[in-house]
Design a protein around this ligand. Structure first.
Ligand code: NAI
Length: 403
């Protein structure tokens, strides 16, 4: 009998066992996840098709460990142990003893789905199969498995060893046991886990859209230039990086693709509409730091443009972007994408926001946020600015978040 409709295999409990963790893909994310699991004492098997990338990952980890020892963050013994915990391979058959396999390969549904079906044939029964995908649905990745109840999303943030957040995303097929074992395990790695619905962008990449989108829109309308918008968000808003600096850091190609994917996945909801400015920068090869030029010029000796530090203009920019971010966070709560605690944690621990957006809404006053959105909605007549029904309801009932 096929296990398709029944959870026949229960994942092992994490108590008292150091399960072997498999990681597929030795790129940016895979290498970071391997470090986290190995530092937490797990035997780890890292598999990548590309031998050079595997070697690079190993050398890179050696450098990181040396640096941590020099800084006194870990002992030489701990560094040696972490490295000894990892084995490197080009053969997925080496996942044969794993209790959990985390996949971090290219963002392509067909490739991911196929490779999970192969892995399922190799690993012990009950092995949890997790994907680090940023934008694909977990339900679709797990659909072809014989035992899809063992499939789950675990979304780390870059760099994985430094960013505390991991979004845990059960699909419709995921069993309670898989969810609990995965969350307990990743909590035991001293990560902050939040539980999200299997919807486009999960929590962080959904709620953060206006940080980029509204900044681009403000630029396109000619209200302010890149440097001024970045200045408003950092100096007045307390964000660690302004939107344009951050997009240049992430890469305009990568950030544009996430925006476009989220937009399509939401059936073209205008709230997530991508920007021509970003598309053109991406098309021109102005990708950001990695190509030497993005919204800013990173070539040697290039001068950073000065911001127009006009306090009134800066406040207008900040108020508009923050109102849009808060609206997105409230709408995510309205649609049960996560709990209010998790939505606030996700933005502070995953993307370093200066405070949780729902706490921020309380501070500003929900009525003030609603007024700002209504005034934008009235002015532009675009659905992009529609206030969340939950925001309206809370203002009407004179409610606030967190009691
Ligand atoms: P990357 O391009 O740095 O690494 C991907 C690695 O997978 C490469 O080393 C490649 O050789 C290997 N690979 C490709 N196909 C393979 C296969 N069939 N078998 C074995 N290895 C294979 O990619 P990155 O940035 O690490 O992303 C990996 C995944 O993590 C993607 O799904 C991405 O959406 C997701 N992600 C990326 C984040 C980021 O900031 N880069 C953040 C969170 C998630």
């Amino acid at each position: 009998m096929s296990g398709r409709h029944f959870a026949l295999y229960f994942p092992p409990s994490t108590k008292n066992i150091m399960m072997t963790v498999g990681v597929l893909g030795a790129g940016t994310m895979g290498s970071g996840i391997v470090q986290v699991a190995a530092q937490n004492g797990h035997p780890v098997v890292l598999v990548d098709l590309n031998e050079q990338i595997l070697n690079k990952s190993k050398v890179q980890l050696g450098k990181i460990m040396n640096r941590l020892v020099e800084k006194g963050s870990i002992t030489q013994e701990q560094a040696d142990q972490t490295q000894a915990n990892i084995s490197y391979s080009q053969d997925i058959h080496d996942f044969k003893n794993c209790g959990l396999v985390i996949e971090a390969i290219i963002e392509n549904l067909e490739v991911k789905s196929k490779v999970f079906c192969q892995i399922e044939q190799i690993v012990p029964k009950g092995c949890i199969l997790a994907s680090n995908t940023s934008s694909l649905s977990i339900a679709s990745i797990g659909a072809a498995l014989q035992e899809p109840s063992l499939m789950i999303g675990v979304h780390f943030f870059n760099p994985a060893p430094l960013m505390p957040l991991v979004e845990i995303i059960p699909a419709v097929q995921t069993s309670e046991a898989t969810l609990k074992t995965t969350r307990d395990l990743i909590d035991s790695w001293k990560k902050v886990t939040v539980h999200c619905k299997d919807t486009p962008g999960f929590i962080v990449n959904r709620v953060a859209r206006p940080f980029y989108g509204e900044a681009l829109r403000i630029y396109e309308e000619g209200i302010a230039d890149f440097a001024t918008i970045d200045w408003a968000m950092t100096s007045l808003g307390g964000f660690r990086m302004g939107p344009f600096t951050l997009m240049d850091y992430i890469g305009n190609d990568v950030n544009y693709t996430v925006t476009e994917t989220v937009f399509q996945a939401f059936y073209y909801d205008p709230r997530y509409k991508p920007s021509f400015t970003q598309k053109r920068h991406s098309e021109a090869g102005y990708l950001g730091r990695k190509s030497g030029r993005g919204y800013y010029d990173y070539s040697e000796g290039a001068e950073k443009p000065a911001a127009n530090e006009d306090a009134v203009l800066g406040q207008e920019i900040l108020d508009r972007i923050v109102a849009m971010l808060i609206n997105e966070a409230i709408d995510a709560l309205f649609l049960n994408i996560g709990t209010k605690e998790d939505i606030d944690l996700a933005m502070t621990k995953g993307v370093n926001y200066p405070k949780g957006l729902l706490h921020w809404a309380n501070e500003l006053g929900l009525d003030v946020v609603l007024e700002r959105l209504e005034s934008l909605f009235h002015e532009y007549g675009e659905d992009r600015y529609r206030p969340s029904p939950l925001l309206r309801r809370m203002v009407r009932n004179n409610e606030r978040f967190f009691g």
